[in-house]
Ligand binder design. Structure first.
Ligand code: G16
Ligand code: MG
Length: 724
């Protein structure tokens, strides 16, 4: 992967992609890459050519596009493309991509300094790390410093300074606004707090959350830092986030994050490094010379202890407190995609996936929503699976504000893509999208959207089929158990019980799956919030889930006899419903509720449920059969997570239910989530025909939940802001 700068504007306009040396015609031939060129943005694919000095005409239509859209092309573009192609054909592109790791011994030593600070309230970890408004984070002095120092204080307390001296941490993120400043602060604080090595995934510290998890595990690192607010909007008016992952690659448990939080409440100083020579070209902190775009490089710094800078500047150098020359701190700039893509190649049968994508009538689209999955999708679908036959790669460029897009893959945010899939018979066969940090996914079929809870159940069903092992080597071919978060529909429970597999129900938050995975109790986990993953890492993994679905399609479609109908995404889901029954499911979100009001309301609701008062209420509509508050005890370490949501059951078999909880990922005001579910067994009627729209099927439970819980009377909300 390379990064280039536009000579005419000095602006970075290509952040990843494969680019050959400029040929004499002045055009860059490229295998595929995405370009962000203000005021225009475009995605270029294999066979396109780009000329940075001719901004107005940098895009040529490539061969596939001409085939696909025959008749719509502009003839002069074609002729220019063909001319360029001939002139570029002799270039050897290989040199660019096989460079050796370059080690830079930085000549200016850095000195540790201590800086006074005071606690900043609210640096508390939610469902998945800290989520805050970007403005609040960037405008609060010492916000990053306080949190990173608190993290390092906890690491020192837990592992000891000597261990940190030999330890590696990994850092990456979704590239959102605020990350560059946070990264620079992390470098200063990590170097000063005795860390030996920081692996920065990149270029530009861009890495998906699953890739960070994979890198932590592969490097045997002590842990890692993910600079992401996941699916929350980005940009100066959006959100910023950070979370710490442990040595297993999974999000830190509550016991660890509460230690960091406690530390943020008492912090009085932080340690950072400064260049020993204030005049040096490497900048005040010594890191100006690190080019984060240049992967496969190592920067090695000498770190001198506290007080060394004063001693160095004094006329008598004998006053240097340590004569051992200090310790070293290394920054390793590593290709973020390498470990992850290799991992995927070890799990999925890429040869078969390639064959699927080569089928003449199979078209797929992938939407990266301007998040961090762009380079990963490019490597997997383009480079490895050789898929260039359709304009498949949408919004693949990573942008700090995600192009103003809310990077959460749901029907509202993907309205254009969904419209394309529902447009006409010529719509693509398979569509997928990821959120900003790549742990969430959404699967689309022609005129069909896969509900994430159903997706988990279907994955389990296929993972249990012995002949599916030829497509996906799933956790050593053994399904030990499965886990879902409590609000996720029980569609997966139905499959698990049919096959005698244990199904665990955990609180919302991937961190609750990690003990189960580490103890080998489960092999597959998933959530209603578009998350699924296996034992290969300790995060949910959007691209993995997408490759899983492609493998299911390959399983059905590679052996199809000529002339017979292929199996679509919709066919797969409908066959599942016909066999196991259908869990009609919908989530209602109520946004922007004042936080203290929401929290008070939730405490009252919990009291009413635990005291049984709610059961004595009478409303028109479905009657409440039972209700409880979900508390969870981890079966591995015995720890408790209490008050994880209220469950209302509208039938004795608990198959008609509503779950209510407050989101733990909002950055300011509270979001109330109400999850609605109704199960219909296959013998209850024709599941395939009944209730096409889940919303009409669960609406009565939704209305009842609103009334029973005082959402109308106490929160003044009559209808949700979002139905997912
Ligand atoms: O935001 P992500 O993708 O990291 O996801 C995080 O939040 C989701 C929803 O959380 P809430 O309903 O509290 O907003 C959880 O399901 C998920 O386990 C957690 O990792
Ligand atoms: Mg995410």
């Amino acid at each position: 992967m390379v990064s280039i700068e536009d000579a005419s504007t000095g602006m970075d306009c290509v952040t990843y992609g494969r680019l050959a040396p400029r040929c004499e015609c002045g055009w860059f031939p490229c295998l595929a890459f995405t370009v962000n060129y203000t005021p225009k943005r475009a995605t270029l694919a294999r066979g396109t050519y780009w000329n940075p000095t001719r901004a107005s005409s940098y895009l040529c239509q490539s061969a596939w596009r001409r085939r696909k859209f025959a008749g719509k092309r502009e003839p002069n573009q074609t002729s220019r493309l063909e001319r360029s192609k001939i002139r570029c054909s002799a270039i050897d592109w290989s040199d660019l991509f096989h460079q050796e790791t370059v080690v830079y011994e930085e000549s200016t030593p850095l000195c540790v300094v201590q800086v006074p600070t005071s606690p900043i309230p609210g640096q508390k970890t939610g469902t998945s790390g800290i989520r805050k408004r970007t403005r609040e984070v960037t405008q609060t002095p010492n916000f990053f410093e306080n949190w990173f120092q608190s993290l390092f204080d906890v690491l020192v307390e837990r592992y000891g300074r000597t261990c940190l001296n030999r330890a590696t941490l990994v850092v990456g993120g979704d590239g959102r606004e605020g990350n560059q400043a946070a990264l620079r602060t992390l470098l200063r604080i990590a170097a000063a707090n005795s860390l030996q090595r920081l692996i920065v995934l990149g270029p530009d510290a861009i890495a998906t959350t699953p890739a960070i998890s994979a890198a932590i595990r592969a490097a045997g690192a002590l842990g890692g830092i993910a600079l992401t607010a996941s699916h929350n909007p980005g940009g100066v008016d959006g959100d910023w986030g950070v979370k710490y992952n442990m040595e297993n690659g999974g999000p830190a448990p509550d016991s660890f994050t509460s230690l960091i939080y406690e530390r943020t409440l008492t912090i009085s100083r932080y340690l950072e490094v400064e260049a020993s020579d204030p005049e040096a070209l490497c900048g005040r902190d010594g890191f100006d010379g690190v080019n984060f775009k240049r992967i496969q490089t190592v920067h090695r710094f000498r770190i001198l202890p506290e007080g060394a800078r004063d001693a160095l500047q004094s006329p008598n150098p004998d006053r240097l407190p340590h004569s051992d020359g200090g310790r070293t701190f290394e920054i390793h700039l590593v290709d973020a995609t390498a470990t992850y893509v290799e991992l995927m190649e070890g799990i999925f049968h890429f040869e078969r996936l390639r064959a699927l994508l080569r089928l003449p009538n199979f078209n797929m689209v992938y939407d990266a929503m301007y998040g961090s999955t762009g380079p990963f999708a490019f490597m997997i679908f383009g480079e490895k699976l050789g898929y260039w036959e359709y304009p498949w790669f949408r919004r693949g460029q990573y942008l700090p504000d995600f192009g103003g897009v809310h990077p959460e893959p749901n029907l509202e945010n993907l309205a254009d893509l969904v419209a394309e899939f529902f447009s006409d018979e010529d719509s693509p066969d398979f569509g997928a999208a990821s959120d900003a940090d790549g742990d969430r996914y959404l699967i689309l079929g022609r005129k069909f959207v896969v509900q994430p809870s159903d997706s988990l159940a279907i994955m389990l069903d296929y993972a249990l089929r012995p002949d599916f092992a030829a497509y996906c080597r799933f956790d050593g071919g053994l399904i030990r158990g499965v886990a879902r978060s409590m609000p996720t529909s029980s569609a997966v429970d139905v499959v698990a019980s049919r096959h005698n597999i244990r199904c665990y129900e955990t609180p919302t938050g991937w961190k609750y799956f990690c003990n189960l995975l580490d103890a080998g109790l489960v092999s597959l986990c998933g959530e209603e919030s578009c998350g699924a993953g296996g034992a290969h890492i300790r995060e949910k993994d959007g691209l993995w889930a997408i490759l899983f679905w492609l493998s299911i399609l390959a399983y059905h479609n590679l052996q199809v006899a000529p002339g017979s109908k292929s199996t679509s995404v919709e066919d797969i889901v409908r066959a599942h419903w016909a066999h196991y029954g259908r869990n009609y499911y919908e989530r209602w979100d109520f946004h922007g509720i004042e936080r203290t009001t929401a929290e008070r309301w939730m405490r009252n609701l919990e009291r009413s449920v635990e005291g049984g008062e709610i059961l004595s209420l009478r409303i028109d509509g479905p009657q409440l059969y039972a209700a409880d508050v979900f508390h969870y005890q981890d079966p591995v370490d015995g720890s408790w997570a209490r008050n994880q949501g209220v469950r209302l059951f509208f039938s004795s078999d608990r198959r008609m239910r509503a779950v209510l909880r407050l989101s733990g990922t909002s950055s300011a005001d509270a979001t109330l989530r109400v999850y609605l579910e109704k199960y219909v067994a296959p013998n209850d009627g024709d599941v395939q025909a009944v209730g096409e729209l889940a919303s009409s099927f669960v609406a009565d439970i939704g209305r009842a939940a609103l009334l029973y819980c005082g959402i109308v009377s106490e929160l003044g909300r009559e209808r949700p802001d979002l139905r997912a």
